[in-house]
Design a protein around this ligand. Structure first.
Ligand SMILES: [Fe+2]
Length: 381
C-alpha cells in the first residue's frame, strides 16, 4: 500500500443532526408534536405532506407557506415575510427540494423574534450584522436528491428583475435536523429526478476540485460519486428503481456535507447565468460544464481526482473521468442542452457573469477568460 501524504491543517464544522434512510421521517412525529410550526413548501409539497401516512398525522399547529416556486425570488419571499410577520412559531419545517429549503432558511432569518431586520435585501447585504442570535430551529425534510441544502448554511435567492443570483450565508442558517428519507423522492418526475441527481453528483466533484478540500470531504465525496455513478444510469431507465433512489439520496446528503465545508466551485459559478438568462434547471446548468472542467483538472491538477479514484478502486484519475463521461451520456443532458441553449455568442456574452464571487475562487485552477472560453467551447456549443 502506498504511504499517505501528511495533510495540511484542516477543520470541519457541521452541527446538523442527520437522519437518513427509508421511513426515517417518522422521528418527526414525536419530535414536533404540539409545536406551532411554519411549514415552507410548494403546492405539490403540501399535497404530498398532507397525504403522507407519517407527516400527515403530525400533531402540530401548522401555518402553511406553500407558494414556493423553483428558484425563489426576492420579491415573493419578501411578500411571505411581510404576510407572516408578527406571528409566533416554535420551529420552521422546510419540506421540498432546494428551493423550499432556501425559502425556509431565508424566511426564518427574517421571522425569528428579537431580530430587527425584516428586509431581505438588507439582510443579504450583511447577514453577520443582522443575525445576532440563534434563529428559530429549522427542520429540513428533503423530497429531492440534489442540493444537499438540508445540511448547508447557505440559501440561494434570485433577483429575477436583474437576472442575478443572490446568496444568504451564515452559520446560523444550518438546520437543527435534516431528514433524508428516500421514500419521499419516489414519484418525482423524470426531468426533476435527473436534474437533481446531476446536481448531487456535480456537488461531490465540485468539493474535490476545490481549494477547501480536506481528507474528510474527500472521503465523503468519493462515496457520493460512487453512489451517483450507479444511481444515475439506473434512474435514467427506471424511475421506480428504489435502490437507485436510495443511492442518490445518500449521494446528495454526502455531497451536501462536503459543500457545507468547501462550498461549490466553477460549475456552479458558470451555471447561474445559464439559469437566470435561459431558464436551465439548476442541476443541468451545473452538469453542463462538468465534463470540460473534469478534463481541465485532469490535465492540470489531478491529485484530488486521483484520490477519489483510488478510494473507489479505480486505476487512476483518467478512469474516473471516463466513468463520469459515460454516466453523463446516460442522461438527457446533451440533447437537452442542444435544444435549450442559444448559439455560442449568446453564451460567450455571459462570460463575465460566470465569475461568481464566493464560488469561482474556490476552484483549484486559476480562472481566466481563456479557461472559461475553452469550457464553453467544449461543452456548451
Ligand atoms: Fe447545486
Amino acid at each position: 500500500m502506498k504511504e499517505p501524504m501528511p495533510s495540511p491543517p484542516w477543520n470541519f464544522h457541521n452541527p446538523v443532526k442527520v437522519h437518513f434512510g427509508a421511513g426515517c421521517r417518522k422521528v418527526l412525529a414525536t419530535g414536533l408534536s404540539r409545536h406551532k410550526l411554519l411549514v415552507v413548501t410548494t403546492a405539490r409539497g403540501r399535497a404530498q405532506f398532507t397525504a403522507d401516512p407519517h407527516l400527515g398525522m403530525l400533531e402540530s399547529d401548522i401555518t402553511w407557506s406553500d407558494r414556493v416556486n423553483s428558484n425563489p425570488g426576492l420579491t415573493d419571499i419578501q411578500a411571505e415575510i411581510d404576510r407572516l410577520s408578527g406571528q409566533a412559531f416554535d420551529a420552521v419545517l422546510a419540506f421540498g427540494g432546494g428551493s423550499a429549503m432556501d425559502a425556509a432558511k431565508t424566511m426564518t432569518a427574517a421571522l425569528t423574534p428579537g431580530l430587527a431586520c425584516r428586509d431581505l435585501a438588507t439582510l443579504i447585504s450583511d447577514p453577520g450584522r443582522h443575525l445576532t442570535k440563534p434563529l428559530l430551529p429549522i427542520y429540513a425534510v428533503s423530497t429531492t436528491s440534489g442540493t444537499g441544502a438540508e445540511v448547508t448554511p447557505f440559501a440561494t435567492i434570485w433577483d429575477h428583475q436583474n437576472r442575478k443570483k443572490l446568496s444568504l450565508a451564515s452559520p446560523r442558517l444550518f438546520p437543527v435536523t435534516a431528514i433524508v428519507d428516500p421514500e419521499l423522492t419516489h414519484g418525482l418526475p423524470r426531468a426533476a429526478t435527473l436534474s437533481t441527481s446531476l446536481d448531487a453528483m456535480n456537488q461531490a466533484f465540485e468539493s474535490v476540485w476545490n481549494r477547501n478540500r480536506t481528507p474528510l470531504t474527500t472521503l465523503m465525496a468519493a462515496r457520493a460519486i460512487k453512489l451517483a455513478f450507479v444511481a444515475i444510469p439506473r434512474l435514467a431507465v427506471d424511475l421506480d428503481d428504489h435502490d437507485g433512489r436510495t443511492f442518490i439520496a445518500e449521494a446528495s446528503l454526502l455531497a451536501g456535507l462536503c459543500i457545507s465545508q468547501t462550498r461549490t466551485a466553477i460549475c456552479h459559478s458558470m451555471s447561474y447565468p445559464l439559469t437566470a438568462h435561459f431558464g436551465i434547471a439548476h442541476g443541468l446548468a451545473c452538469a453542463a460544464t462538468m465534463s470540460a472542467v473534469a478534463h481541465e483538472v485532469l490535465t492540470a491538477k489531478p491529485a484530488g481526482l486521483a484520490e477519489v479514484a483510488a478510494l473507489n478502486g479505480l486505476t487512476n484519475a483518467i478512469s474516473l473521468v471516463q466513468q463520469l463521461d459515460s454516466v453523463l451520456q446516460t442522461t438527457d443532458l446533451r440533447r437537452f442542452l442542444a435544444t435549450e441553449l442559444p448559439k455560442r455568442d449568446a453564451v460567450i456574452a455571459l462570460l463575465a457573469d460566470m465569475y461568481t464571487p464566493g464560488r469561482s475562487e474556490n476552484f483549484i485552477l486559476q480562472i481566466d477568460h481563456d479557461l472559461l472560453t475553452r469550457i464553453i467551447e467544449r461543452d456548451l456549443e
